[in-house]
Design a protein. Structure first.
Length: 304
């Protein structure tokens, strides 16, 4: 099961679809193999960038079962839902299928610190013994979770074992949480998101790795490996080589389409389909992606 020692790269997986919008189960196998080949130490599925909200309950369970059957690395399943009954059903179905834990984002209705705290108390009670990840992504959820509230939830809820940190700007939050754990607060895993845009700085602040998506997931694993080997210069050089495409893929509303296009181009999935509603890419955008990929390949070749 997932615990506080989790580290490395938990790649946020896309959900592959056929051109008609139905699930592409064969591409799930290809995708899992691709992510593992590129250095993933865990996988996170049915997240916000996994189009979870577009799946039926039956489809969600099918995706979980297909992924867990394909890999032995820990799998975290996004189970955020408007109500606790839906959350509980998917969480238990997921762990029954072999998932290591689940991830829960706060609903946008939460407004006060007490409401946030009570919500995660209820989450822990609903999930029972299932370990969970607290997803802190205020740019999307519109829920700001202060450091003191994260520490309160961690202290009160032993099954909260990881923070998915996606606050932006949020580097000071990582530092404050690590200072607190150094002073005696329970230390949980911190894996970071935002497409890897701040990965180097996040690692320097005390993060344990990344839980995010990017069409070149090897960037995260290679950068973290260099960082952990003590070669910060190498880590920075690798990060810099990928940064223009990380930046381009970070466009709100368009990033997932860019990611799926690139993953299909790389053979990780058969089709770049987004389930409706979803945006498409113009020929101009595709040309820009191809230019960025070519320049990225040249920079990596120069690094050796």
């Amino acid at each position: 099961m997932l615990d506080e020692t989790a580290c490395g790269v938990f790649t946020i997986a896309v959900t592959p679809f056929l051109p008609d919008g139905t699930l592409d189960l064969e591409s799930i196998d290809r995708m899992v193999d691709f992510y593992l080949e590129k250095g993933a130490t865990g996988l996170t599925i049915l997240g916000m960038m996994g189009e979870a909200g577009k799946l039926t309950a039956e489809e969600s369970v099918a995706v979980v079962g297909r992924v867990t059957a394909r890999t032995s690395v820990p799998v975290v399943v996004g189970v955020s839902a408007p109500g606790f009954a839906v959350m509980k059903t998917l969480a238990h179905a997921s762990t029954d299928a072999g998932a290591a834990g689940v991830m829960v984002a706060p609903p946008a209705t939460l407004r006060t610190d007490d409401q946030i705290t009570a919500y995660y108390h209820d989450t822990a009670e609903t999930l029972g013994g299932i370990p969970f990840v607290l997803q802190d992504f205020p740019l999307v959820t519109n829920v700001v979770i202060p450091v003191k509230i994260i520490l309160r939830i961690v202290a009160d809820c032993p099954t909260c074992v990881m923070l998915k940190h996606e606050d932006w700007p949020g580097l000071e939050k990582i530092s404050a949480l690590r200072t607190a754990s150094d002073a005696g607060a329970r230390r949980i895993s911190i894996l970071t998101g935002n497409g890897g845009l701040f990965l180097l700085e996040e690692m320097l602040r005390g993060a344990d790795g990344a839980m995010t998506g990017f069409a070149f997931p090897e960037m995260m694993s290679d950068v973290i490996a260099a960082f952990e080997a003590g070669d910060e210069t190498r880590a920075r050089d690798l990060f810099d080589a990928y940064l223009p495409l990380v930046r381009y893929e970070s466009q709100p509303g368009l990033g997932l389409a860019i990611r799926k296009y690139t993953l299909a181009r790389r053979g990780a999935i058969a089709h770049a389909t987004l389930r409706k509603p979803g945006v498409g890419l113009s020929p101009t955008t595709v040309a820009e992606i191809e230019t960025l990929i070519a320049r990225q390949e040249a920079r990596l070749a120069a690094l050796g």
